[in-house]
Write a protein that binds this ligand. Structure first.
Ligand code: FES
Length: 217
């Protein structure tokens, strides 16, 4: 058992900036796509939340902290996804970096296709889960080679086990590929249908597979 400060590799008198820097470094190291595991990733997140909440290191992170979580096997997290359609942001004058974006969406009486929740089951890809619930989220290659299926992750984290085209700076900004992403946190907030964001222009493929699947959209 380690104290959260030990998990983050910081002293117990670390200031806020040191905590943030340590968290960013440790959460990358612990990420399943970077050689870590879901268990390690969750331990780092839990430690960060404890430290941020003002936890002073007298207690320790223990197994009991995770007893409500599913078995920590890689890519087996069941997650509640709250989704928002990028297309509606311009209608309301919202931006993806609005801090209260999802609160505003929840209060806006949007259609189910544009805003809502669904659960992703263990070992399900996000796009696959959306389709299984009847949603027509965009895609093209379904193999990590384009950005047609891109989502912007605003809460939680996803693992992308297959090699993909997204450069590190787009990953840092929160872009993920829904065809190739599995949740590793219990909750997610995602803006889907972001393929027309200018950051992704160079990574788009012609969307014929999507148009064949959904000819009336
Ligand atoms: Fe091409 Fe997902 S559809 S990467």
């Amino acid at each position: 058992m380690e104290s959260p400060f030990d998990v983050l590799l910081i002293d117990d008198d670390a200031d806020e900036e040191e905590i943030e820097q340590a968290y960013r470094r440790r959460v990358k190291e612990a990420h399943p796509d970077q050689g870590g595991s879901v268990e390690e990733f969750k331990t780092v997140r839990a430690a960060y939340e404890r430290v941020k909440a003002g936890y002073q290191g007298s207690a320790e992170v223990s197994e009991a902290d995770f007893e409500d979580d599913p078995e920590p096997e890689q890519h087996t997290i069941s997650s509640e996804v709250t989704y928002l359609n990028y297309d509606v942001l311009s209608d309301f004058g919202w931006e993806t970096d609005d801090e209260d974006l999802f609160e505003k969406a929840a209060a806006a009486d949007l259609a189910e296709v544009d805003y809502g929740q669904f659960r992703v089951q263990p070992d399900e890809f996000l796009l696959e889960a959306a389709e299984d619930r009847g949603f027509a989220w965009p895609f093209a290659c379904r193999g990590g080679a384009c950005a047609n299926c891109a989502i912007l992750l605003l809460g939680g984290e996803l693992s992308m086990p297959v090699s993909h085209v997204l450069p590190a700076e787009l990953m840092e900004q929160g872009f993920r590929l829904s065809c190739n992403a599995m949740p590793i946190t219990d909750e997610l907030q995602v803006v889907y249908n972001v393929k027309h964001m200018p950051e992704l222009d160079d990574l788009l493929l012609p969307p014929q597979p999507f148009e064949r699947t959904y000819p009336n959209r």
